[in-house]
Design a protein around this ligand. Structure first.
Ligand code: ZN
Length: 399
């Protein structure tokens, strides 16, 4: 197994430029395949010699392959190249408080493998052990000789580091305040690791293969244990100064409202999230463990679940109006660990504020829609982040 470490090679300016140019060339091959060297040079502004060198290197690494010759007027037909989808893959791992998900995605964005592992505890050691197991199972029997593993995108609920809302009850992972998650996972997985919050990774997955395909500016409200917001602005994810942008769950939508584990009262998460539906059902004597349990209750028309949808719709509508006015997105997507049927019902029950920059004529995308990547969206997004770091410096660098 050959593991490459793209993020560890950031040295001199010349090296960074070389990596950037490599991403640019690979990006053009992916977007316009089959494509020849001269055309890549013309589009990218790189010299034909530079493109030729990079093409040779990418071919040697197995990222691209020859795709025949195409006649271009006089002279010899031009050699064409295309992406070798199976030439490399990335691992995506999502850590939730009670379970971990793994996905292996190839260079073409195709899912090769997915898995779910229950988490008895979510301290760093247990999580690292389960991550190691996911790696072993995911890579077992793969085309190990020929396929590079580019790295892993590990997705975790925020917030990261010591902040006022860390350790916020059931939505948080325990014992992580002193842990550097990148170092922990690089050691456990023996490969380069990017750590991202779940909502941002889910947004990337929707951009790559879901309903945000072709959109440059959009927001994703992610139902994990809590509630997160992923923001993609002009093709780039917004992380904030400390990686904690988008903690929408702890935005107060009802001053003086329900007590939240973060210490505030009336946080959005106490009305619209997995923990809020869980506590609503627990009050009625119904225990749930997974999204499948919620799905069964919904199919049975459980009145407490229906009541929760009604109660969540108001605060969520208010938060969406706020998000629209803050970010002016093309659309707001709902997704994550909640059954599609429940999300659809919830979207139908929203009362979006008329006073919003999003309430305008001639909209192309709906103001709110459900994501298309399902419950594995964040794990797939983790892998997609690594693939896109390889292919393009910007996640939506379509030209
Ligand atoms: Zn809160």
């Amino acid at each position: 197994m050959k593991i490459v470490h793209p993020r560890r090679i950031v040295g001199s300016n010349a090296e960074r430029t070389r990596l950037h140019n490599r991403q640019v060339v690979l990006g053009h091959v992916r977007e316009r395949q089959p494509i020849g060297r001269a055309e890549i040079a013309r589009i990218s502004g790189l010299s034909t010699q530079a493109v030729s060198n990079i093409i040779a290197e990418l071919e040697e690494d197995g990222f691209i392959v020859e795709a025949g010759r195409q006649s271009a007027g006089r002279g010899l037909p031009v050699l064409q190249y295309r992406l070798n989808g199976d030439g490399a893959a990335a691992l995506g791992i999502e850590v939730r408080p009670d379970a971990m998900f793994g996905a292996l995605v190839n260079l073409a964005g195709e899912t090769l493998f997915t898995t779910r592992e229950a988490l008895p505890k979510n301290d760093p050691k247990t999580v690292a052990d389960v991550a190691r197991r996911i790696r072993t199972v995911a890579l077992h029997g793969r085309n190990a000789e020929k396929q590079d593993i580019l790295g892993a995108g590990v997705v975790m609920p925020g917030p990261f580091g010591k902040v006022g809302i860390s350790g916020a009850g059931q939505t948080a992972l325990h014992g992580w305040e002193e842990t550097d998650p990148v170092a922990l996972f690089e050691d456990a997985l023996d490969m380069a690791v990017v750590v991202e919050n779940d909502a941002t990774a889910a947004a990337v997955a929707e951009r790559v293969r879901g309903v945000a395909s072709g959109l440059r500016t959009f927001c994703f409200i992610y139902f994990g244990a809590g509630l997160g917001l992923g923001v993609v602005n002009d093709g780039e994810v917004q992380r904030g100064a400390f990686g904690n942008a988008g903690e929408i769950g702890h935005v107060i939508v009802m001053p003086g409202g329900r007590q939240c584990a973060c210490g505030n009262k009336g946080c959005l998460e106490t009305y619209a999230s997995r923990i809020s539906v869980r506590s609503k059902l627990a009050c009625a004597g119904v225990e749930i463990d997974s999204a499948t349990d919620i799905e069964k209750l919904y199919e049975a028309g459980n009145p407490h679940l229906m009541e929760w949808i009604g109660e969540a719709a108001g605060p969520l509508s208010q938060a969406i109006g706020m998000i629209e006015n803050l970010f002016d997105p093309e659309t707001v997507i709902l997704g994550g660990a909640m059954p599609d049927e429940v999300l659809d019902h919830l979207i139908g029950a929203l009362h979006l504020p008329g006073g919003s920059v999003a309430a305008r004529e001639g909209r192309v995308s709906p103001r709110v829609q459900r994501g298309a990547c399902g419950r594995l969206t964040a794990a797939l997004g983790g892998a997609a982040l690594v693939i896109h770091d390889t292919i393009t410096p910007r996640i939506a660098a379509k030209t």
